[in-house]
Ligand binder design. Structure first.
Ligand code: NAD
Length: 487
């Protein structure tokens, strides 16, 4: 088979309907949405364009499946997750190709996402049998106090386009572990990987109705009625802070459990004692993973004034040497941005930077031709420049300076976001001081990639509520019930 026929074969095997009660079917209104390849702008395949009726049917199925699913043994749920992990790893190459085709990231990065995304299936398969409670005596000695855990119940899951597999597994795996049923709404820009994953979960033994999937181009209209339905017990959302606020407000009506993984504005601090090679590599990793389209992407490089020129020179040279092109082609290090709007945003932010006196050291332009490509760019600008207050979500690395620890911390914390942050220094006592004072949910020390299925991923301030991954991740899908027993 040639590469083209392999691609056609895979695309023809992806279910493109809505998944309700274990059955794939057309959207109730029969509508379809085209899924584009961002490297060419061509439609890869069409999927169902569901609406509120499809969402309601999905919640009917999830609510009907919930009692029997909650009663399954932890071991049986663990084994479903473990089989799904094995299958994702066995099919890693084709899943990576699919991620790259619909989202744009280079194949090597897509393969990394497959490993990272699969790890949530393995991690939570191992956590499932460990769900437990506590026993204690009342201080007065008059009764026994027991706590036990129960699944929260039917959960609406809304995911973004930037990590089409990992954003789904980070939610689905702990929900399966805890015994919750689900309605998953993937991003309309990258639904194919989630559809393939849902099919694979069915094959791994997930009972009908436990995982339902509805793709839609009208996310607000389709999901809002669900938030008012008392059978829904939780919403977990990964996406922008603006949409998260709308959903939080709507979730208050039924007092839903909420997990919100929202936007970020990560500072990357380079102190004068840092190993500059490590810092430049860390900055490249933290900035250019996913072409900067990650909530953990370094949005602001803040560098001690004594090493800022050298750091900028080395970073510019590394950025300029990156190979840009379609993610599915061999040897590509930087793929396209997700769509034309993302390119326009990168141009707008860079214009803003330059009009405020910023100096472009390398890059600075969108690439002509098909697809949504933008050059890897480094711009010198003050650490508190206007344009860095926004999440860039593109391949632009602003480098600003600071004079001492206090200024570094002040600049780093001067954002309403508090997701990821990065510190480069070889001085342990400085690292500990800085780590304690950073108002962020996550800190990478001398490394630019910190996500790990075994770690609690999440933010503070307007970056969200709750944690995904780690021993903390399953708690988001469990309620605690207290039982007092008379002596
Ligand atoms: P987005 O908020 O536009 O969309 C996210 C999802 O919400 C999509 O599925 C979309 O269809 C849906 N949606 C949009 N409006 C909705 C509405 N009114 N009601 C219900 N659903 C709605 O975000 P995006 O552009 O897909 O993703 C980029 C954003 O996600 C960035 O801000 C990024 O920082 C954030 N993000 C956060 C994390 C994290 O873990 N904190 C991870 C990845 C991305």
């Amino acid at each position: 088979m040639t590469a083209d026929t392999r691609a056609d074969d895979l695309l023809s095997r992806i279910p493109t309907g809505v998944l309700v009660g274990g059955e794939w079917r057309d959207a109730a209104a029969g509508a379809r949405i085209g899924v584009e390849d961002p490297a060419t702008g061509k439609v890869l395949v069409e999927v169902a364009d569901g609406d509120a009726a499809d969402m309601a049917a999905a919640l009917d199925a999830a609510a009907a499946a919930q009692p029997a699913w909650a009663a399954t043994s932890p071991r049986s749920r663990a084994e479903i997750l473990r089989r799904a992990f094995d299958e994702v790893i066995r099919r890693a190459d084709e899943i990576a190709w699919l991620i790259s085709s619909e989202m744009g990231k280079p194949l090597t990065e897509a393969a990394g996402e497959v490993r990272y995304g699969a790890e949530f299936l393995r991690w939570f398969s191992e956590e499932t049998p460990r769900i437990s409670g506590t026993w204690r005596r009342s201080p007065e000695g008059t009764s026994r106090l027991l706590t036990m855990k129960a699944p929260v119940g039917p959960t609406l899951m809304i995911t973004p386009w930037n990590f089409p597999l990992a954003m789904a597994t980070r939610k689905v795996a702990p929900a399966v572990a805890a015994g919750c049923t689900m309605v998953l709404k993937p991003s309309e820009l990258t639904p194919l990987t989630s559809l393939l994953f849902a099919d694979l979960m069915q094959d791994a033994g997930l009972p009908p109705g436990v995982l339902n999937v509805v793709t839609t181009s009208r996310a607000g209209d389709a999901t809002m009625p669900l938030l008012r339905d008392p059978r829904l017990r939780k919403i977990t959302f990964t996406g922008s802070t603006a949409v998260g606020k709308v959903l939080l407000s709507a979730a208050s009506e039924q007092v839903l459990r909420t997990s919100m993984e929202l936007g970020g504005n990560a500072p990357l601090l380079v102190f004068e004692d840092a190993d500059l090679d490590t810092a430049v590599q860390g900055a490249l990793d933290a900035k250019m993973r996913n072409v900067g389209q990650a909530c953990t992407a370094a949005n602001r490089m803040l560098v001690h004034e004594s090493v800022a020129d050298e750091f900028s020179r080395r970073l510019s040279s590394a950025m300029a040497s990156l190979v840009v092109g379609p993610g599915t082609a061999a040897g590509i290090q930087v793929g396209p941005l997700i769509d034309a709007r993302a390119v326009a945003k990168a141009e707008r932010l860079l214009d803003h930077a330059v009009s405020d006196g910023g100096e472009v050291l390398t890059g600075g332009h969108a690439l002509p031709g098909d697809g949504h490509f933008f050059e890897p760019t480094v711009v010198r600008a003050p650490g508190d420049a206007g344009f860095v207050q926004e999440e860039i979500f593109g391949p632009i690395a602003p480098v600003g300076t600071f004079t001492d620890n206090d200024e570094a911390i002040r600049l780093a914390n001067s954002s309403p976001y508090g997701l990821a942050s990065y510190v480069f220094s070889r001085d342990l006592s400085r690292v500990l001081d800085v780590v304690e004072r950073l108002e962020f949910g996550m800190v990478g020390v001398n490394q630019g990639v910190i996500s790990n299925a075994a770690a609690p991923f999440g933010g503070v301030k307007q970056s969200g509520l709750g944690r995904e991954g780690g021993v903390e991740g399953i708690e988001e899908y469990l309620d605690t019930k207290y039982v007092g027993i008379a002596p």
